[in-house]
Design a protein around this ligand. Sequence first.
Ligand code: GDP
Length: 466
Amino acid sequence: MGGNTDSYTDIENDTIGAIASPMGTGGIAIVRLSGGQSISIADKMVKLRKGTSVKSMGSWSVALGDILDTGTDGIVDEGLVLVMKGPRSYTGEDVVEIQCHGGVLVAEKVLNIAFRLGARAAMPGEFTKRAFLNGRITLDEAEAVLDVITSASEVSLAQAGRRLKGELGAMVEKWEALIIDVLALIQGSIDFPENIESEHGRLQDLLAGLSGEIGSVLERAPLGLALSGGVEVCLVGRPNVGKSSLFNALLSRERAIVTDIPGTTRDVLGERTEWYGLPVVLLDTAGLRQTKEVVEAMGVERAKSAAQESNVILYVLDDTEGVLEEDREWLKRWQERHCLAVITKDDLGEKQVDIDELENISHGNYVRVSSVTGTGIESLKKKVQGMFTSLGDPEVLAPGSARQVDCLERAWGWINEALDNLRQGWTDDVVVLSLEQAARALMELTGKHVSEETLNRIFSRFCVGK
Ligand code: GDP
């Protein structure tokens, strides 16, 4: 593993500190320090019960002590001190974790003492960024850290865990090594032009194999992205057809306001949930209708763009009203999307929706539900889950971020370009250029080549203390 960058070599060596446990009251809180001064800062602020000093503690050891308020000489709390010396620590630097009682005030007091002794507040994701800059983890592994933290389903967690262990990075590094081998072969054929014909055949086979392997990982990208970010499922339809009731029924709780008054839902409401292993971000939206009322009109616009950007559209139809002209228009507009028509109010038995017509316009993608009795709710969830598992086997490793997909797409594109050039008999230097670009795109994925801007974008999504 190696996570150093071209452009970002100025690893800051000041000592950072943050509360690494969630804000709020709990059993314990963890104050984390990393950097050259972390052990000496902890040494000044903790008096070990056994009479020895933090400075004399070995790496990966723990001791109980009193946390001293350096300002007043009083004792703020008692806690455990964990020392993990660099380079065998999370960040690669000296790391000290102080476990104190889990109150917001006490943890903040402990952190402030560390600040007074010379530590500075860590930026979001700065511990993990240091781990990357110090070569402890690759960039795809750093992204996987965030995926593990935010995983909302078993399958997402399993995928993120495998990326965290470096499975994706190892695969990418294998491809990178193969490209380097191919470049060496080309170099050889330039030096010995009499072998050029036979070598070109071999190169084409190698590159075709590589293109196939990267291509098949790319095919799993939609599933990987859905698993790590959550599949956005958007409820849309005319006012009063039962969207908010369905939203609540799908979440099994009263989250949205339900009334007979059209136009109650104004903004887009979003909630995370899980359907048969699929992480879902469920969205409720304002009813689609023409309106002169300014706030409602804004809500309608937001509803349209939420539907447009979501992974799945649940188009809600009211069984007491049937399919109206505007329903036909919306369903037609979204027929190329993952769109499922949902007939609500099944319990009322009115059966106004013409099923033959709906079969036709929804291409058989419809389900009947009642938000009152719960009929059809589970089969709706299973249908949506089925749409995504049909994208690929969730057990097979997939890329987990749009950035990773972009790097793979570029590498795949350059490899195919090199392959085309070889087939068309272009000179080897043109092929070399394409392959160098492919290798570079793969190195960007693991972080061997990466800009500071990309790093900042990735790590700003982390919480402080990670
Ligand atoms: P929205 O405007 O599309 O969000 O619709 P609401 O969820 O607010 O529902 C409008 C009205 O239809 C309310 O009076 C709900 O109680 C009623 N309703 C919604 N779903 C059902 C259902 O499945 N069965 C019955 N009987 N009534 C429903």
